[in-house]
Write a protein that binds this ligand. Structure first.
Ligand SMILES: [Mg+2]
Length: 335
């Protein structure tokens, strides 16, 4: 390999060229520490303070193939999205994210720069969306498919957790964040960033991202409204979850847990109602608030809670609860 001046460059170092200790020494300086950290990386486990006496914990895994394609996502995108999806689940409990632990398995031929890019994405996402949340530990292993597993912790700050099961008939259904934009990005990628054989193509993806930066970034590096989770809890939210698989299917989960129904106002769902109801991965926060409550900044009303248990309605009419399921794929009923 040569640079523009024709000089020989060393081939990039891969994980196989380095020991695990050397890889960790390359990535830990790139990662943010946590405000709650009493003991950081370097011992057998980290030690965190838990001011509330309780803590929220969640985990989410991303695997090359079903969850992402290296032709489309940069290493920075992968680190960002792995952090964002976990932070979103913490926020959906009404908690403030405090710390992440990260496990990465990668082929030995992976350039160290890929792992460094993932670390940079983890850091930048924490700093942007959950300041004070840091990466306090992790693990490295080898596998055929690049895999990121993140576990996140959160502080309830003295409040009770906001569960899926607390919605009551008459509550207002409200959302912070966007609907259908990440799904639009995924549709564009599958339509315009694959070669003639349908294989994801990096150059086509880069060109598409330049033309549709908002939609493609929403899919590859989403910006969920993390600080709106604690804000919703403070405002008296009765139930909440993050919209990961699609508004209709996730609203159905909340309705089922609460033993209620939800009636969405079509006019509140934007121009493309099917995409708003069926598109996943925007990681907005769907919450219910007592009737008449002042919605916290960033939330907008989408409908009302009804007493028709398990029923998702659109302007009073029945609607499917389709969306993304990792084992079934897309349920076409709402697309
Ligand atoms: Mg969730």
């Amino acid at each position: 390999m040569t640079n523009a001046a024709g000089a020989m460059l060393p081939l990039s170092e891969t994980l196989a060229d380095l020991s695990e200790g050397e890889v960790l020494a390359r990535i830990f300086p790139r990662l943010p520490s946590a405000d709650t950290e009493l003991l950081g990386p370097g011992d057998d486990a980290a030690v965190l303070s838990a001011p509330d006496g309780r803590y929220v914990v969640t985990t989410d895994m991303m695997i090359q193939g079903p969850d992402f394609r290296l032709a489309w996502s940069s290493p920075h995108d992968l680190g960002w999205k792995a952090a964002a999806t976990n932070l979103s689940d913490v926020a959906a409990m009404g908690a403030r994210p405090t710390a992440l632990v990260v496990a990465i398995a990668a082929p030995p031929s992976t350039p160290i720069g890929v792992i460094e890019g993932i670390a940079d994405g983890l850091r930048d996402c924490c700093e942007a969306l959950a300041p004070g949340c840091g990466v306090v530990g992790g693990d490295l292993s080898a596998s055929d498919a690049l895999t990121l597993a993140v576990t996140a912790f959160g502080d309830l700050e003295g409040r009770g957790p906001v569960l899926r099961s607390g919605a009551r008939p008459g509550d207002v259904v409200a959302l912070a964040g966007r609907l259908g934009v990440a799904a639009q990005g995924l549709e564009l990628l599958f339509r315009l960033a694959v070669d003639a054989d349908g294989i994801p193509d990096a150059e086509l993806a880069a060109a598409l991202r330049a033309r549709h930066p908002e939609e493609v970034a929403a899919q590859l590096a989403p910006v969920p409204p993390i600080d709106r989770g604690p804000a919703a809890a403070l405002a008296g939210a009765t139930a909440m979850l993050d919209v990961s698989d699609g508004l209709a299917i996730d609203a159905g989960r909340l309705a089922k847990a609460s033993g209620v129904g939800i009636d969405f106002d079509r006019a509140a769902l934007g121009e493309n109602v099917e995409r708003a109801l069926g598109g996943g991965e925007d990681h907005g926060l769907l919450a219910t608030f007592p009737a008449g409550a002042t919605l916290p900044e960033g939330f907008r009303a989408l409908g009302v809670v009804t007493d028709a248990a398990g029923t998702i309605l659109l302007d009073g009419r029945p609607h499917g609860q389709g969306g993304w399921d990792p084992y079934r794929g897309w349920d076409g009923s709402v697309r």
